[in-house]
Structure formats: structure tokens, C-alpha cells
Ligand binder design. Structure first.
Ligand SMILES: NC(=O)C1=CN([C@@H]2O[C@H](COP(=O)(O)OP(=O)(O)OC[C@H]3O[C@@H](n4cnc5c(N)ncnc54)[C@H](O)[C@@H]3O)[C@@H](O)[C@H]2O)C=CC1
Ligand SMILES: O=C([O-])CC(=O)C(=O)O
Length: 328
């Protein structure tokens, strides 16, 4: 039986991730094959025409599930009644820009978007922030949506998770589907910590199946710096793989994680694993009944502790910087 339609808002819809994302959403891959989709595209005025071009192509795909496409440059209109908000559009780092400038420029985007979500989104709204710095942009948006439960604001580390799965699968000569319980901890940045000490391959701990030197000197930096390596090779940042990860993140959130496995997502910390409450940090999470839950009770050894702390400290610094700028 066909379900009720889901309204999905995509910001930065005319950008490169938007171009890789919208067709997959419209084809039913975000929620499921029996859920009709209403798309809302938010862009800045200069890019509305390009978004209209993408909408023409969406029309030309004749997707049976796609019920409507609305394009706007007004955040209130874009988020009115929305069920899933994919915040992709962000201000990229320009030449000579310091981190504080970047955070301030993004504050100008994510504060009004948080307010617009608060004002008009559907009661069950789920928010995924993709635009960088994703964790802190999510924190800014969440701070301006006091009427929306904080746990509905998440940031994307699923791309890092997927990157780590493939690096490990290639190293061990196994399929990615044989790897369970991998975790990305912390920030979506070069300080992130991909953890193999709880990951399992063939029922055995992954870290025990690789050399410690490979884990520390190859695996962790390769995953953490993969975004930069893609930019170097492609001349543009990851787009199709980022869109794919956004689809995975929301699909898992809505449909759940398989029994005996978990995934990674940046969610609001409840203080678990010593991550200060309120920070939006990546954790091992399960999804059940449409909710993410942080996996509890994992033992964290000294090696992992130092790396989790380093990434969480960076998030604390970013939070303090946006606080100082009056953005939260
Ligand atoms: N979390 C993650 O794993 C990843 C995050 N990213 C980030 O995703 C973001 C988007 O990447 P791309 O699509 O490649 O960039 P892009 O530059 O191709 O597109 C961004 C789009 O956002 C729009 N935009 C800017 N301000 C806006 C606003 N206030 N409202 C609505 N739209 C707005 C721009 O007009 C542009 O069309 C970047 O911040 C990038 O760093 C990229 C890859 C992975
Ligand atoms: O590094 C970038 O700008 C894009 C990004 O977040 C990634 O590919 O992980």
C-alpha cells in the first residue's frame, strides 16, 4: 500500500551534492520504494535558475514517487511542513579565510535555517547537516530550534564510515558486508577517529586482524584525509559519495540498523563516553523505531581515548568560537 507523502527539503540544491542527491531521493531511495516524495529546493537567489534546471531534469525522469517540486530562496517557505531537512548548502572556505570567518559565515546560514525549521517544520522533522563544518553547523541550527527535540539534529559522518568500511575490506580482502560495528568518533574533520577496536570481521575484532602500524599510520590518516585526497584527484570535492552517504544516513534513521550491527552518525551528546553534553559528535549508533541511540558500554582503551579526546576537543573549540560570535 502506498504510504503518505514525505516532504524533503534540500538546501544547496543547485550544488554538486544536490545534483547527485535529488534524483536518488525522487527515485525512492531515501525513505523507501513505497513512499511518495514532495521536494522543496532551497537556494540563494543567484542559483535559483540552476535549481530550476535540475527540477526540469527531475520532471524528465518521470519518477512515479515524485509528487511535486517547489523551488524557493526563502527558508521559511522551504521548511514549512518539512519532514526531512537535508542542509547541504554552506559557505565554503575561501582564500585567506580563517576558521572563525568560516564559522561566522556559516552562522549566517544555519541560524536562520534553524529558526525556520523551528517555526514551520513538521512535528516529526529530521535534520541532517552535510554542509561543512557539519557538526558545528548542526549545533548552530539546533540552538535556534528550541521547540524541536534536540536529537532530531544530526550531522553526517556516514561518508567517513563508508570510507573506513572500504579501506578495511580492501585490506582484508573481504566484502564490506562482512564488517560489523565500525565506528567514526568525533568531528567530521581530519581529527575524526575511525575505530577498529570494536569492529568485527567474521566475528573477530578487526584491529586484531591488521598490523598496528597499518591501523595507526595508514588506515586512520587515509580515512581522515580522504576528502582532501578526492579534491586533489578530482579537482572538486566528494559529491556522489557524499550524496550516497546522506541517503544511507536518513534511510538508516527511518528504517533502522540491522540486528547485531551499528553505524556512525553525529548526534547530540548525552555525556556518553565523556563527550560533553550538547555537542554534536559522531558516535556508534543504532536506529530503532525511527530514533538513533548511542551504543552504550563499549570499553575504550588508551589508544582510542586519546584520539576521541583530540577530536572532541576540536568540537569544543568550535563550539566556544561560535558562542563567542554570539551564534549559539
Ligand atoms: N559531511 C560530509 O561528509 C561532507 C560535506 N561536504 C560539504 O557539503 C557542502 C556542499 O558541497 P557541494 O554541493 O559540493 O558544494 P557546492 O558549492 O557545489 O554547492 C553548495 C550550494 O549551496 C548553495 N548555498 C549557499 N548558501 C546557501 C543558503 N544560505 N541557502 C541555500 N543554499 C545555499 C550554493 O548556492 C551552492 O549551490 C560543502 O560545505 C562541503 O564541504 C562535502 C562532502 C562531504
Ligand atoms: O573535505 C571537503 O571539503 C569535503 C568533505 O567534507 C569530505 O569529502 O569529507
Amino acid at each position: 500500500m502506498t504510504k503518505a507523502p514525505v516532504t524533503v527539503t534540500v538546501t544547496g540544491a543547485a550544488g554538486q551534492i544536490g545534483y547527485a542527491l535529488l534524483f536518488r531521493i525522487a527515485s525512492g531511495q531515501l525513505i523507501g520504494p513505497d513512499t511518495p516524495i514532495k521536494l522543496r529546493l532551497l537556494e540563494i537567489p543567484q542559483a535559483v535558475k540552476a535549481a530550476e534546471g535540475t527540477a526540469m531534469e527531475l520532471d524528465d525522469c518521470a519518477f512515479p514517487l515524485l509528487q511535486s517540486i517547489d523551488i524557493t530562496d526563502d527558508a521559511r517557505t522551504a521548511f514549512d511542513g518539512t519532514n526531512v531537512a537535508l542542509l547541504v548548502g554552506a559557505r565554503p572556505r575561501a582564500k585567506g579565510m580563517e576558521r572563525g570567518d568560516l564559522l561566522e559565515a556559516n552562522g549566517g546560514i544555519f541560524k536562520p535555517q534553524g529558526e525556520a525549521i523551528n517555526a514551520g517544520a513538521a512535528e516529526d522533522v529530521r535534520v541532517l547537516v552535510v554542509g561543512n563544518p557539519a557538526n558545528t553547523n548542526a549545533l548552530i541550527a539546533q540552538a535556534h530550534a528550541p521547540d524541536v527535540p534536540a536529537e532530531r539534529f544530526t550531522a553526517m559522518t556516514r561518508l567517513d564510515h563508508n570510507r573506513a568500511l572500504t579501506q578495511l575490506a580492501q585490506k582484508l580482502g573481504v566484502s564490506v558486508s562482512e564488517i560489523k560495528k565500525l565506528t567514526i568518533w568525533g568531528n567530521h574533520s581530519a581529527t575524526q577517529y575511525p575505530d577498529l577496536f570494536h569492529a568485527e570481521v567474521g566475528g573477530k575484532i578487526a584491529a586484531e586482524q591488521v598490523e598496528q602500524s597499518w591501523l595507526a599510520d595508514e588506515f586512520i590518516p587515509t580515512v581522515a584525509k580522504r576528502g582532501a585526497a578526492i579534491i586533489e584527484a578530482r579537482g572538486a570535492s566528494s559529491a556522489a559519495s557524499a550524496a550516497n552517504a546522506a541517503i544511507d544516513h536518513v534511510h538508516t534513521w527511518v528504517n533502522g540498523t540491522p540486528e547485531g550491527d551499528w553505524t556512525s552518525a553525529a548526534v547530540v551528546s548525552d555525556g556518553s563516553y565523556g563527550v560533553p553534553e550538547g555537542l554534536i559528535s559522531s558516535f556508534p549508533v543504532t536506529a530503532r523505531d525511527g530514533k538513533f541511540e548511542i551504543v552504550q558500554g563499549l570499553e575504550i582503551d588508551e589508544f582510542s581515548r586519546a584520539r576521541i579526546d583530540a577530536s572532541v576537543n576540536e568540537l569544543v573549540e568550535e563550539r566556544d568560537a561560535v558562542r563567542k560570535l554570539g551564534l549559539i
